[in-house]
Design a protein around this ligand. Structure first.
Ligand code: ATP
Ligand code: MG
Ligand code: MG
Ligand code: MG
Length: 490
């Protein structure tokens, strides 16, 4: 069959519903009750209390044994941060949907493996020859056994041995954050080239054509504050499949962005900017940078819309600052590559997204007007300094090039932030475009100095406020007030 995005999502939910799972709604992308978490980064987040055994028996959730959903996720900060890859690759988004099925102390590895294989190969009809699976190889330092059970289970469903690969802590031991539920996992990867080749050596190598699509996590531990692992009272299954990646495989596309999930957004971007057609080229092949800009803008409007609709408005700290950074990064791409006027750019793309995703996530229909106003206000604020900031950046970049250093100093990066509102990741990106390096250490030194300076000023003001008129007059005579330098040195 021809798979539409909508059909793929529906099929997933129904497959597990038929197998005793309750369809639950996505939770908010803003985890209002979890201070350890910047944004919802996986489907399991909302079930964390069940895994940890802390769910109240009066909570409806406590009765759940099996659940299935599609979860709105954001990975643009915290432990899972993909922001720097977005636009540059074909399969990481800042905002994406994660399809997932769960067992809460109910079924375990066998059913999870059987069902994921059945769904992918029998229902969705993916070619088994193009699929590879991985299992956790173990870690003696942490006293963790290899997951040979998972390896045997994959064999039992018919996966040939050369398609079953061991993986390390980084790839095959899933953790929600620095603390919290975790466990060994078994992932499924899809080779988009096929044709009888063996792509085992490309699994987990960041090859855009051999992509991880589904992760089956066997939650058994709770990572403690001190880094140790505590066994949980029960064992659980927690799976997560990238909806956009699955659709891209089923629609036979080399990239997520070439699917019907993104095409309405690209059509809108083109209508608004008059840009050339999107051609899905990457890296050096994207000679004029336009394809990258399409991806960035289409990705970022999704994050902005869902974050704002769930209550994370742009501001200067934590979640709000992620939203601000993403808006500024996107605005600058739109201006540089599409020549778009910044001020109300993103809100012109918004209607296309609401049309496309409003049925599944009605909150964005309901909040559309608020989202538009917040986007416009924030974009206008940035538009006021964008122009001057870019000029200032050019000045710094030229100085760096002329001095033969090929490095933008930490003080310059800081000034662009402090005076022109350029988030550090945006400045780093601009520097990278110019072949200039930046130095994390220098940047944090500049940041720290600025913090100390502002603290010192605050203290001085407080001391001054306590003086009486005579003391002030005396001070005036004594002090030789230096002429303020408009280029503070850090
Ligand atoms: P990758 O190795 O590709 O970064 P991951 O191992 O970090 O993925 P998991 O934490 O295992 O991802 O999440 C489960 C699934 O969610 C992945 O198998 C993938 O299909 C999807 N996914 C993860 N990150 C992203 C992202 N940034 N954009 C789109 N889909 C994603
Ligand atoms: Mg990742
Ligand atoms: Mg991975
Ligand atoms: Mg994974």
């Amino acid at each position: 069959p021809e798979w539409t995005g909508v059909g793929v999502r529906k099929t997933f939910l129904e497959f597990f519903e038929k197998r005793g799972h309750t369809i639950v709604p996505s939770s908010s992308v803003v985890p209002h009750n979890d201070p350890t978490l910047l944004f919802t980064n996986a489907g399991m987040n909302q079930f964390k209390p069940i895994f940890l055994g802390t769910v109240a028996s009066t909570d409806d959730m406590s009765k759940l044994k099996r659940a299935v959903d599609t979860q709105k996720c954001i990975r643009a900060g915290g432990k899972h941060n993909d922001l720097d890859d977005v636009g540059k690759d074909s399969y990481h988004h800042t905002f994406f949907e994660m399809l997932g099925n769960w067992s809460f102390g109910d079924y375990f590895k066998k059913e999870a493996v059987d069902w994921s294989w059945e769904l992918l190969t029998k229902v969705y009809g993916l070619d088994p020859e193009r699929l590879y699976v991985t299992y956790f190889e173990g870690n003696p330092d942490m006293n963790l056994e290899p997951d040979l059970e998972a390896r045997e289970l994959w064999k039992s469903v018919g996966v040939p041995e050369d398609h079953i690969l061991p993986g390390n802590m980084k790839d095959n031991f899933w953790e929600m954050g620095d603390q919290g539920p975790c466990g060994p996992c078994s992932e499924i990867h899809y080779d988009k080239v096929g044709g009888g080749r063996n792509a085992a050596h490309l699994v987990n190598q960041d090859d855009p054509l051999v992509v991880e699509i589904w992760n089956n996590v066997f939650i058994q531990f709770d990572r403690q504050k001190d880094g140790s692992l505590k066994s949980l009272p029960a064992k659980h299954v927690d799976t997560g499949m990238g909806f956009e990646r699955l659709v891209s495989a089923l629609q036979n596309k080399s990239s997520n962005y070439a699917t019907d999930i993104f095409s309405p957004l690209f059509a809108k971007i083109q209508e608004v900017t008059g840009a050339r057609d999107y051609t899905d080229k990457y890296g050096k092949d994207d000679v004029d940078g336009i394809d990258t800009a399409y991806r960035v803008v289409a990705d970022h409007i999704r994050l902005l819309t869902f974050a704002i609709s769930d209550g994370a408005a742009p501001n200067n700290e934590g979640r709000g600052y992620v939203v601000r950074r993403v808006l500024r990064r996107g605005s600058r791409y739109a201006r540089k590559y599409f020549n778009a006027e910044i001020g109300s750019f993103f809100s012109k793309i918004l209607p296309a997204l609401v049309d496309q995703m409003g049925e599944q996530f009605p909150e964005i229909i309901k909040k559309q007007q608020d989202i538009k106003e917040i986007l416009d206000e924030e974009e206008e604020a940035f538009a006021r300094t964008l122009d001057r900031g870019e000029k200032q950046f050019e000045k710094y970049a030229a100085q760096a090039v002329n001095s033969g250093k090929k490095k933008l100093s930490g003080a310059d990066v800081w000034r662009l932030y402090d005076t022109f509102g350029f988030p550090e990741d945006l400045t780093k990106l601009m520097a990278e475009e110019r072949g200039l390096e930046t130095d994390e250490n220098e940047i944090s030194i500049a940041r720290e100095k600025a913090r100390e300076a502002s603290k010192a000023i605050k203290e001085a003001v407080q001391t001054f406020a306590k003086l009486n008129v005579h003391q002030i007059a005396e001070l005036k005579d004594q002090l030789q007030v230096p002429v303020p330098n408009d280029e503070p040195k850090f």
